[in-house]
Write a protein that binds this ligand. Structure first.
Ligand SMILES: [Zn+2]
Length: 292
């Protein structure tokens, strides 16, 4: 089997330290196994996106010398494919229309007790939910070990297409990973709970789930994931070699002193040859020093 991995950023801002960590770890894991590494832009949600962010992210990857294989896939160009899959699930009666509002969900503390599953609603602008009939109860993460389905919420029916017509992340990510032949997924631990939903989709689409590795998230001192919303600085505000050395340290890889701040290419060659899962911190989150 050829290893095929990927990095799949959303263009909601420039590449920041947390996304560099995910890009670098997925790249090193792939390249240390003579694998291919693809890049996909998850531009599913135009209201949240920033003009030019996709190009900025790709340019930053180039500065870090993280070269991807094959051409970049853009989710915004794949709506037809998502709709075809949605139609096929609908024909198999695995989906239904939901009319619940945010207010209804709030009344159930954000959880969805499958209120519309048996109503057989035919709405003109529905949210479309997937029947979560065969929840996976655990999976084995390559870093975090065995992870069990959270007791609350995660086996609930989930949205595949929103009321405003936008396709949901859960649908697009699974369809894309299948179509791109992705065998190994390396991504942040904030997506652990999504893995259970995605496993249900893999099952319905008659496809084996990939191997998962969920990385510790880089969080600020308040414990929040770095993001545009909490003003994570663009990673290229410092020099690229500095940022790469910091990212390798975050990943527990013992970059030799003489390679600290060496050109990215030299750091990458060493890190690919020495990539070690045993040294990766087995945590779901790591706070950064406040200067970050
Ligand atoms: Zn509903």
């Amino acid at each position: 089997m050829i290893y095929r991995g990927r990095f799949a950023p959303s263009p909601t801002g420039q590449l920041h330290f947390g996304s560099l960590v995910a890009a670098l770890a997925s790249y090193l894991d792939a390249k240390s196994q003579q694998g291919q590494w693809l890049v996909r832009i998850e531009d599913l949600d135009p209201p949240r996106e920033i003009a030019g962010a996709s190009d900025d992210i790709l340019r930053a990857l180039e500065v870090f010398q993280l070269e991807w294989d094959e051409s970049v896939l853009y989710q915004s160009r794949r709506h037809g494919r998502y709709q075809d899959i949605l139609d096929s699930l609908e024909q198999r009666q695995l989906t239904y229309h939901c009319q619940c509002t945010r207010k209804t969900l709030a009344e159930h503390s954000g959880h969805y007790p499958n209120l519309c599953r048996d109503k057989n609603l035919q709405l003109s602008e529905p949210a479309i939910r997937l029947k979560h009939l065969f929840p996976v109860h655990h999976f084995d993460d390559r870093l975090q070990g065995r992870i069990h389905l959270p007791t609350q919420g995660e086996a609930e029916d989930f949205i595949l297409r929103r009321r405003d017509g936008l396709y949901a992340y859960q649908l697009a990510v699974v369809v894309d990973d299948i179509d791109q032949g992705i065998t190994h997924i390396v991504r942040g631990a904030d997506l652990i709970d999504s893995t259970f939903k995605q496993a249900q989709l893999y099952h319905y689409l008659n496809h084996l789930v990939p191997h998962y590795l969920h990385l510790p998230l880089a969080v600020n001192s308040a414990g929040h994931k770095l993001s545009k919303q909490n003003y994570a600085p663009a990673v290229l505000e410092q020099s690229a070699p500095q940022a790469m050395s910091n990212a390798l340290m975050f990943l527990g890889q013992p970059l030799p002193k003489e390679l600290h701040l060496a050109p990215c290419q030299e750091q990458l060659v060493w890190a690919t040859q020495h990539w070690s899962l045993d040294k990766l911190p087995k945590k779901r989150a790591i706070p950064l020093p406040s200067a970050e």
